[in-house]
Structures are given as structure tokens and as C-alpha cells.
Design a protein around this ligand. Structure first.
Ligand code: FES
Length: 388
């Protein structure tokens, strides 16, 4: 047994008092969870603490909270690890989720934010016609591709960790966008184009993500929501050619061309190139409106005129163009889904190692593709078919 200090954020709307901190001490084995510590305090010291939980085994997704400032499942966080990650005195600080309104103590209103956003992306399959008499036969690599997003337990940790949502509460958010990919990557779904177009055109949609990686850090199930967002974007631009009003398509191409040309990102060119080039009519108002930011960056020496105008690393990284040529010269785009690994049975009885399930982008789900036919291009996903 060891002693652990807990600091819980308390808030009771009926009392009319503002939120405040309350400290407790518990004795438990270090491998026990933060949830067990809170439940022990609730059972033995203070029955008024509000916390939501059910399975206590990282399955139901109910017990998400902020632990030492990071979103996570209380039942999936060991006390010793939490105490080590805490500030100097080892007090484990537990708060309700960020980005969601608090109902009481550690309980947040998931309906108001999380479930509202999930409902926004039409979270069900829209059947392709005609519906087969018996069952859909889905290419194996397509199922591997969506398995990662299917592993989501809807705990909301990614939404609580999302920095973009903190700035823009209307952002559809990582959980809902990962859910959207679950259907955009499914060849049985008939609405890929509509779903992608909708999320590309929405000013709070897929292009609102700033790649901060917080959702990947927070997800207890390895869903990697940010990667699902990148997949949505790749499908929208490369497979469906959606040129959106949010400038996501042009920005992506400007970014890729910038790296191809300069080796490392040359920020001075990125903004104008994202709008068609320095002298394009679309770019002029954006550049003018960015002048205050550019001036601030110059004053604070974040950029220097020399760096802004020259490309000091161009020569050093000139070989990078060969990599671009090799990747872009492939017949099929290969994407790596590192979620599935292990061994799978192949015909003939021998097991085959599956280190990374690569999935060609089309995979039967691009426009005009045959969803019932395996494209056979996966690097190591095997060529079998999965019935779903
Ligand atoms: Fe079910 Fe923690 S109680 S995930």
C-alpha cells in the first residue's frame, strides 16, 4: 500500500458557489487506477463527489477526465504513473474534460459537445444499391483500413485534448471526423462524395485541424484521430478532386510543392502560394490582411528578411525531389495503417507476418471503383476477403 494525494475540481451548480479544489488522501496499491482512488474517496470520505464510470476496464468510455492537465480514462491510468507525472509534490490533479460544459464535479455534458458533433457526420452506413441478397463481400484491405477508426469507444478524450476546438468550439472535432472516415473508407457506403464535400466545404470541418497531435496522444485506443482526418483530406483532394472554399485543396498542393522545391518548408512562400501566387487576385487581400502578423514576426525576429526572401536549405536538400518522384511515380498510392500487426493465416497453412497493413488509396472505394473486388495492391494485408 502507498499513500496518494488527490486534488479534485469540485463544482455543484445547485450550491451557486464557484468551482474550487478539494484535496483528499487515499491508501491503495500503486498499480490501482485513479478511478479506484476517486471511488474509494467517494465511498469512505465524501459521498458527494460526482464522477461517471461503468466498466472500470477501459471499454465503455465513461470515465474520461483531465489528469494532471491531460485527457485520459481514469480507469486506465495507474496511480503510480499519475503521481510521477504530477507536479513536484506528487499530487494527482483531476478535473473535468476541457471543451465541454461541466454538469457537476468531474461529469461533463457529453450530449452538448461530443454526441452533437458525432451526429453531425451522419454516423451510419448509407447503403449502395442494389443491396445484395445475402451479404456484402468487402475487400480485406478496406476493412483493415477502417478498423482503426472502428476501435473508437467514444470516450471523448480526443475532443477534450483538441486545441483547435479550444479556439473554435464549432470545429467538428477529432472524434466525429474519425467516425466520418469509418464510412468514407467503407466501400459499402454510397455517400463518400457527399460526406467529403460536406466536411471539406464546412469552415469548421476537416480543414480546421491544425495537426497538433494532441488527439493522438490522448486516445486510449490507438485510433489516432488526426491520421483519420489526414486520410479524409487525402481522399477529398487526391481521389475526389474537391476544390473547397476553405482553400484546403490549394493549401495542400502549395505545401507539397513548397517542400519539393525547398527541401524544408519556406514559410514566406506558403501563404501566397496557397492562394495562387504572390500576385494572384485571390492572394492580395489575404497578404494585406496578414501584414500585422508578418510585421509582428519580423519585430520579434521570428523571421528575418534574409530568411524570408532566400532559401538557405535548398541546396542541402535537393535530393528530396528524387523521393517525391519515386512516391508520385507509383501506380497506386500506398498508405500505411500501422494499427494492425501480427500474423495471419494464408492459404497453404503457413502464417505470414503482417507488420503493417498498407492500403492502396482507391481500395475499391474511389469513384468508379468496384467495391466488391479486391484491388490486390496491399503491401502486407494479405489478399483474402472479409465478410462484413
Ligand atoms: Fe469504462 Fe473507464 S469506466 S472506460
Amino acid at each position: 500500500m502507498a499513500e496518494f494525494n488527490l486534488r479534485l475540481r469540485r463544482f455543484s451548480p445547485e450550491s451557486g458557489a464557484p468551482a474550487h479544489w478539494q484535496d483528499y488522501t487515499v491508501e491503495l496499491e500503486p498499480h490501482r487506477s485513479v478511478l479506484e482512488a476517486i471511488l474509494q474517496v467517494k465511498a469512505t470520505q465524501d459521498g458527494t463527489i460526482g464522477i461517471r464510470c461503468s466498466c472500470r476496464a477501459a471499454i465503455c468510455g465513461s470515465c474520461g477526465v483531465m489528469i494532471n492537465g491531460r485527457a485520459g480514462l481514469a480507469c486506465h491510468t495507474h496511480l503510480d504513473a499519475a503521481a510521477q507525472a504530477a507536479a513536484e509534490d506528487g499530487t494527482i490533479v483531476v478535473e473535468p474534460f476541457n471543451n465541454m460544459p461541466v454538469i457537476k464535479d468531474l461529469i461533463v455534458d457529453m450530449d452538448a459537445v461530443h454526441w452533437n458533433k458525432i451526429a453531425r457526420v451522419t454516423p451510419w452506413l448509407i447503403n449502395k444499391e442494389p443491396i445484395p441478397d445475402r451479404e456484402y463481400i468487402v475487400p480485406h484491405e478496406n476493412m483493415v483500413d477502417v478498423t482503426q477508426s472502428m476501435a473508437c469507444i467514444q470516450c471523448g478524450c480526443c475532443n477534450a485534448a483538441c486545441l483547435s476546438m479550444e479556439v473554435d468550439p464549432l470545429f467538428v472535432g477529432p472524434a466525429a471526423l474519425a467516425k466520418a472516415y469509418r464510412f468514407v473508407g467503407d466501400p459499402r457506403d454510397a455517400a463518400h462524395d457527399d460526406r467529403l464535400r460536406d466536411l471539406a466545404e464546412d469552415p469548421h470541418g476537416m480543414y480546421d485541424c491544425t495537426h497538433c497531435f494532441s488527439c493522438i496522444d490522448a486516445c486510449p485506443k490507438g485510433v489516432q484521430p488526426m491520421n483519420q482526418i489526414i486520410r479524409l483530406r487525402r481522399k477529398a483532394t487526391a481521389d475526389y478532386g474537391i476544390v473547397d472554399r476553405n482553400n484546403g485543396y490549394r493549401h495542400e498542393h502549395a505545401f507539397v510543392n513548397n517542400i519539393r522545391k525547398n527541401g524544408l518548408l519556406h514559410e514566406g512562400d506558403l501563404l501566397p502560394d496557397s492562394y495562387g501566387g504572390k500576385f494572384h487576385p485571390r492572394a492580395v487581400p489575404v497578404l494585406l490582411s496578414s501584414l500585422p502578423s508578418i510585421t509582428r514576426a519580423l519585430v520579434r525576429r521570428k523571421v528575418t528578411p534574409q530568411k524570408a526572401l532566400l532559401h538557405p536549405h535548398r541546396k542541402q536538400y535537393k535530393d528530396i525531389r528524387d523521393y517525391f518522384d519515386a512516391v508520385e511515380g507509383r501506380k497506386e498510392r500506398v498508405e500505411l495503417n500501422l494499427y494492425i500487426s501480427g500474423y495471419e493465416d494464408v492459404e497453404g497453412g503457413e502464417s505470414q507476418e503482417t507488420v503493417a497493413a498498407g492500403s492502396p488509396s482507391a481500395g475499391g472505394s474511389a469513384p468508379g471503383g468496384d467495391p466488391h473486388k479486391s484491388s490486390g495492391g496491399a503491401e502486407s494485408a494479405g489478399g483474402g476477403e472479409t465478410t462484413a
